[in-house]
Design a protein around this ligand. Structure first.
Ligand code: ADP
Ligand code: ZN
Length: 606
């Protein structure tokens, strides 16, 4: 059988995605490969298909127990015999699994890197025909990465003790040059086929919404996306608790997750989410490592994260099935302050000296600034993300909030001069809020205690919108007219360039939206996914999927992905052949569930 036939038979897909076939062909030709692909691109089939075609066993090294379980479950579900070996099994279960493997029961076994040291496993490996060693999350081998795992260094030792050197295939979503070199060198890949696919995730819609009313925004969004599965990320545990309470109060079925909860509670909540018992989860960034749930339809950030790396990783958990999904960031300037505080209070590891600690803090501060720039950007958000990760990007993706909003260039020189004057009058000793307060002629106690109501600047921008003035100040910072100090309460200061505006007649312009749209008016692609077929059909199919998932104690997305259900709605299959033409329906899955889905669809056709 050809790779593409295996793809169809077991995984139910008609064609390969970008990069997959090249890697598969490379492996089958006996070459080492390194696949660098973003989350959701489909790395798994790149080694699973060759594993099925090679004569011996494939050992997959994977760092996360939960992910391993999920992968093995999905494989068995598709009719591929696979097993995993990690610390969640007893010694006798492990012996049994290894025995079965040696008898040729499995084509693929997943192994935690720590296991590679055990003599039981070594003995097994030496006496078994191993065709390939696959290293998943291969960046864990790099000391330069954030997730360095010393036990990954065991991989090379294992490979060296095998009687015949297997093909090595490595996969990661981390694309920096340093990490790439490390993977090739440390794993000892021999003139590998390296393939880097783009980081763009076309099915994700990006939006930044600056708002002082985050609760209302959130509830508004959820109301329009009832029943869909989504993650809501918050910066702190306190935020998680508060948002969780809010959603419970409004009757949502929601779970929560943060490091302050005990293991058991966390595990239960995570499972509730994965199994769709509770479609929503509110969490800190402690949640998500190893979460493979493919039908996450939206990721909302209630707070701005600390870096673009964090943001893209978390937002990228939406839409892994390739269906449209939303990534929305609710931003308020307060987020910057909270994050700066979190960065400053980060514990410094004992072995790090002062200079290094300083460098790390500087790096974090830079990342935070770049994250803030994303939130304030008036240009294509996708473009910003791709360029951040070192890719080229066209202007205007047409699927982000900035591309869907029309802007006009506005001259704000007058306002800019007012700000400059106000900063000088208060002797460069105050933050943005105070400056804005003075310009708007506010009467708050702090302001009055300094007698700032007597300044020339007081009330110079009376009636101006607070956020609008802040945007102008941000534009001044971007244009290097002003800057903020790195104190806990940052102070706004002028740079030398300010003089060009005071004396030199320089003009400052800023993009402002022609009409301020909100998520409400977005031509929702997310809605379009349910539109084909009759309105309730998708819901009925989803219900049946949930029913089956409960019977089988399986996460619903492992039974069928959202994409598959959507395709059923579009194609309305009536026969076995037609059903097999639906994306994601392979032969084994058809045998298990095909009839039951046909039954529901039959009623639709009648
Ligand atoms: P990664 O490991 O790169 O994050 P996965 O291997 O989990 O991604 O794949 C993400 C999703 O894409 C899965 O639901 C998978 O079944 C699906 N997928 C993989 N290859 C294809 C393909 N050729 N056509 C359609 N869907 C695919
Ligand atoms: Zn765009």
């Amino acid at each position: 059988m050809q790779p593409v036939q295996i793809l169809k038979k077991y995984f139910g897909y008609d064609s390969f995605r970008e990069g997959q076939e090249v890697l598969i062909r490379g492996i089958l030709a006996g070459k080492d490969v390194l696949g660098i692909m973003p989350t959701g691109a489909g790395k798994s089939v790149c080694y699973q298909i060759p594993a099925l075609m090679l004569p011996g066993i494939t050992i997959v090294i994977s760092p996360l127990i939960s992910l391993m379980k999920d992968q093995v479950r999905a494989l068995n579900e598709a009719g591929v015999h696979a097993a995993y070996i990690n610390s969640s099994l007893t010694e006798s279960q492990i012996s049994k699994a290894l025995y079965n493997a040696r008898c040729g029961q499995y084509k693929i076994i997943y192994v935690a890197p720590e296991r590679l040291e055990s003599s039981l496993f070594r003995d097994f490996a030496v006496h078994t025909d191993i065709s390939m060693v696959t290293v998943d999350e291969a960046h864990c081998i790099s000391q330069w990465g954030q997730d360095f795992r010393p036990s990954y260094l065991n991989i090379l030792k294992l490979v060296r003790c095998l009687p015949r050197r297997p093909v090595i295939s490595a996969f990661t979503a981390t694309a920096t040059e340093k990490v790439k070199e490390d993977i090739i060198n440390v794993l000892g890949l021999v003139s590998p086929k390296v393939l880097v696919t783009g980081f763009d995730r076309k099915n994700l819609y990006f939006e930044v919404k600056e708002s002082g009313k985050k609760d209302a925004e959130l509830l508004n969004y959820l109301r329009r996306h009832a029943g869909e599965s989504g993650i809501i990320y918050c910066a702190t545990r306190k935020n998680v608790d508060a948002v969780f309470e809010l959603l419970v109060k409004y009757g949502y079925s929601v779970a929560k997750y943060h490091a302050g909860m005990n293991n058991e509670e966390r595990k239960k909540n995570q499972d509730d989410f994965i199994f769709d018992n509770r479609p929503l989860i509110v969490a800190t960034n402690a949640f998500g490592m190893g979460i493979d749930k493919s039908n996450v339809r939206f990721v909302i950030h209630y707070n701005m994260p600390q870096s673009m790396e964090n943001y893209y990783q978390e937002a990228g958990r939406a839409g892994r099935d390739g269906e449209n999904a939303d990534c929305i960031l609710l931003y308020s300037p307060q987020d910057v302050v909270v994050n700066q505080f979190l960065i400053d209070s980060k514990e410094v590891r004992a072995e790090i000296d002062e200079r290094e600690a300083y460098a790390l803090r500087e790096r974090d501060a830079l990342k935070l600034r770049q994250m803030t720039d994303y939130c304030m950007s008036k240009d294509c958000l996708r473009g910003y993300i791709l360029r951040y990760f070192g890719e080229e990007a066209k202007d205007g993706c047409g699927n982000c909030s900035n591309c869907l909003r029309e802007f006009e260039e506005k001259d704000v020189t007058k306002e800019c001069l007012h700000v400059i004057n106000c900063i000088m009058e208060t002797r460069q000793r105050f933050g943005i809020n105070m400056i804005v307060g003075i310009l708007r002629g506010e009467k708050n106690a702090k302001l009055l205690s300094y007698h700032f109501d007597r300044l020339d600047s007081y009330g110079k921008e009376k009636g101006a919108n607070k956020d609008y003035l802040k945007q102008i100040i941000h534009q001044m910072i971007i244009s290097n007219i002003a800057c903020t100090t790195k104190d806990q309460y940052p102070i706004l200061k002028l740079t030398g360039a300010a003089e060009d505006y005071i004396w030199g007649g320089e003009h400052l312009t800023m993009k402002v939206p022609k009409v301020s749209i909100n998520i409400e008016q977005k031509p929702s692609k997310a809605g379009a996914r349910v539109k084909s077929g009759s309105p309730g059909l998708f819901e009925k199919l989803r219900q049946l999927r949930l029913e089956i998932a409960r019977e089988e104690h399986m996460p619903p997305y492992i039974v069928f992905s959202d994409k598959t259900l959507v395709d059923m709605c579009a194609k309305l299959p009536g026969t076995k052949e037609e059903m097999l033409a639906v994306i994601g329906v392979g032969e084994v899955k058809y045998l298990k569930y095909g009839e039951r889905f046909l039954e529901v669809l039959q009623k639709e056709r009648a």
